[in-house]
Ligand binder design. Structure first.
Ligand code: ASP
Ligand code: MG
Length: 439
């Protein structure tokens, strides 16, 4: 069985929903995971923010806009009264739920219920559309099997057993439709896998049913070797290893949610990235191993803060780094890059929620410098120690760009640089012109 996940732009209009219908209606057994129509989750965030702040008129106005948008989609998508009425009734229920919240006190738990509506509507549309064109399919609600534990981590056992039970109970057709992103938490309340989490849903489902392949369908021909929004003439990469893909996804390639790789890698299920607008393109295949290439790709992650702690106490001392790391652990702040000298340590974080408390505590260990608006440039390629020529090529390509930190040696296929965000475009362009486009 295959898992096929379609993102927001892939189901972003009535005609796009029809296109996806064409792609999934063959007789091959599959689970289809859908995102909300593009823009919808952002709109729902707006509604929930307004409700939270007690701005009722504002919330109501956005609900009306959403209602009108969905009425338009229904008018375009369905040809028969039967399914037009079914879809309208479903949307009517959603809008009534949202409107009912306007006059009630708003609890944080309701925020998650509001955010869940986008995926619930898109999957109902797909389910009805397929039935209308004569394609049998079963809609299995993600809220009946997708669950996170008290730490917000997937409850693998629960997901596997409950999904199997739902498939069995419903005597599901070979074509199963379900929602990405949404889940329940350990209290059974509606929750989600965080923004962009539909990819993660697909991987968790793939792992649970031991799928043959997990396909992530978006609007680009797979992972590109550089950021196509910033530089021209980027190329799709045909093969990546799980580790390379995880690195690129984490460090900024927007095509894949970074958590997606781990369940697929654990269960050794290939992940294929495909383009809904160009379905015949082979896309990118992510498996355990992939061909070695001197420099394969670059990705960039903005919003990084670098902290440098200089302390003579570090000289010849042991236990210093532990004390530093404990502070980050206490404030639940992950560290991305790290570089040390005999008297100093530099590290980067992207979550600055507790920056003030962290720096306050670090102050007792030495003097500190904090640089905000930094970018991590992550390169994937063959950087094993006997391939120093590849490292030299990268360094040469970036001549002129001031580098704040370098991370090399963590793993053979990666080298990362920290630069000021204002230097990012120039750095990516230089890498493109001097390296990726001339190989
Ligand atoms: N609809 C959700 C979002 O916009 C989840 C997803 O699309 O992956 O974040
Ligand atoms: Mg996405």
């Amino acid at each position: 069985m295959k898992v096929m996940k379609f993102g927001g732009t892939s189901v972003g209009s009535a005609s796009r929903i029809c296109n996806v219908g064409e792609l999934i209606k063959d007789s091959e057994p599959k689970v289809v995971v859908l995102s909300a129509m593009s823009g919808t989750t952002n709109t729902l965030v707006k509604i929930s923010d307004s409700l939270y702040k007690g701005k009722r008129d504002e919330a109501l106005a956005v609900i009306e806009e959403l209602d009108a948008k969905y009425a338009g989609v229904i008018a375009d998508l369905f040809a028969t009264d039967e399914y037009r009425i079914k879809a309208s009734e479903y949307v009517l229920g959603v809008m009534a739920l949202l409107r009912s919240m306007v006059n009630e006190p708003f609890y944080t738990l309701q925020e998650k219920i509001v955010l869940a509506q986008g995926e619930l509507m898109s999957t109902h549309f797909m389910h009805y559309h397929l039935l209308e064109i004569g394609v049998p399919n079963t809609l299995i609600p993600a809220l009946d099997f997708m669950r996170v534990d008290k730490d917000g981590e997937p409850d693998y056992f629960y997901i596997r057993h409950n999904l199997a039970r739902e498939i069995e109970l419903r005597k599901a057709e070979d074509l199963i439709i379900t929602q990405g992103f949404i889940c329940r938490n350990n209290n059974g309340d509606v929750d989600n896998l965080k923004r962009g989490g539909s990819d993660y849903s697909a991987a968790l489902i793939g792992q649970a049913i031991k799928a043959d392949e997990i396909q992530i369908w978006t609007d680009i021909d797979g992972f590109h070797n550089n950021d196509p929004r910033i530089v021209e003439h980027t190329k799709a990469i045909r093969k990546l290893s799980f580790d390379e893909a995880a690195e690129l996804a984490y460090f900024g390639a927007k095509i894949l949610h970074p958590s997606t790789v781990s369940p697929a890698k654990m269960a050794n299920i290939p992940v294929r990235l495909k383009n809904t607008m160009n379905p015949n393109d082979e896309g990118t295949l992510i498996t355990h191993d992939s061909p070695v290439q001197s420099v394969k790709a670059v990705a960039a992650k903005d919003g990084i803060t670098a902290i440098r702690i200089v302390s003579t106490n570090m000289l010849l001392a042991y236990g210093f780094l532990r004390k530093v790391f404990e502070i980050f652990e206490k404030w639940k702040t992950p560290i991305d890059m790290i570089a040390t000298s005999e008297v100093s340590v530099s590290l980067t974080i992207d979550d600055t929620t507790h920056l003030e408390q962290i720096t306050e505590e670090l102050r007792k260990y030495g003097t500190m410098e904090v640089d905000q608006d930094m970018t991590i440039i992550c390169l994937v390629g063959d950087f094993t120690s006997n391939q120093s020529a590849n490292i030299a090529k990268v360094m040469n390509a970036m001549v002129g760009i001031p580098i704040r930190m370098i991370s090399y040696g963590g793993i053979d296929h990666n080298i990362s640089f920290l630069v000021k965000s204002s230097e990012k475009i120039q750095a990516l362009t230089l890498l493109n012109n001097n390296l990726l486009n001339v190989q």
